[in-house]
Design a protein around this ligand. Sequence first.
Ligand SMILES: [Mg+2]
Length: 340
Amino acid sequence: MELHVHTFDLPLKHTFTITHESRDVQPTLIVELTWHGKSGFGEATETPYYGVTMEKMIYQLESIRSFLPSDILPHPNDFWKMMSKYLLDDHPFALCALDVAYWDLWGKTHDKALHQLWGLDISQNPITDYTIGMDTIDVMVSKMKEMPFPLYKIKLGTNQDIEIIEALRKETDAVFRVDANTAWTVEQTLEFAPKLKALGVEFIEQPLKADNWEGMKRLKKESVLPIIADESCITESDVAQCAEYFHGINIKLMKCGGITPALRMIQQGRNLGLKIMVGCMTESTIGCSAIAQLLPLLDYVDMDGCLLVDDKISQGIRIDFGHVIYAKEGGTGAKLIQHG
Ligand SMILES: [Mg+2]
């Protein structure tokens, strides 16, 4: 099996601002695994918020090159187990790119989309939201009007959060969800929740600091809107604790180390009665095509990363007014069309 590592700078359509950072370009790394003429692709993005750099990921991937299977393809679960021995300890972004590339190759080798291999029914898939990054109220309104959508996720954490939602609500009947990226206090969240609910917001993502478990306990009891964990739910070991403090979890493939652990987290979260969401980074169609395979298993999905970048490097799924249209190819259906 051959491993190729491609790197790109994806131009962002808008400067993307959340509580912690602001940027115009998204560096991303694409893993390509080639086997008997077929290639599988997976993605991981440079993410300073989680301490992930391109150099580190490239170094990690070089370190496992000689351990890749050479004769037969093991099942993806076994492949993940093998690779996680080397790549899980530090941060799992590189492991995610490798795992997704391997699942994609596995599906392409079997000539089936992954959702077909897993026996999932795609007829009731949830629609994805479209994210509006933080900016002045006027810019946020114009960003929303630029992209008519049935469902928006609004990034908050300013000193005029309710005013933002009021201004956006004047312009659309779409459903809203909000993500405070840890910017609020318990008191703010309890004050905002009824107002947001009245403005058509369906849930709040990660209002408090990731380790404010005491505060989360109060919110789970007292908030009139469901609270979804993102920064508090990184890997498989976080799911059980989150079930005590949140109504749902936002799983991200790069945070947890790929499709293999994400499938286990979805199962565990369901067993614990959690709402299940899968989110994305600002990533290309390669990353989003992997998320699309999981849709029948989810309550909520935020997979608009490929709409936020000017993606000239890859093809795969498409998104039409929130609905995912699958590619014809097997695996995740993704392919690289430009080589970096
Ligand atoms: Mg979030």
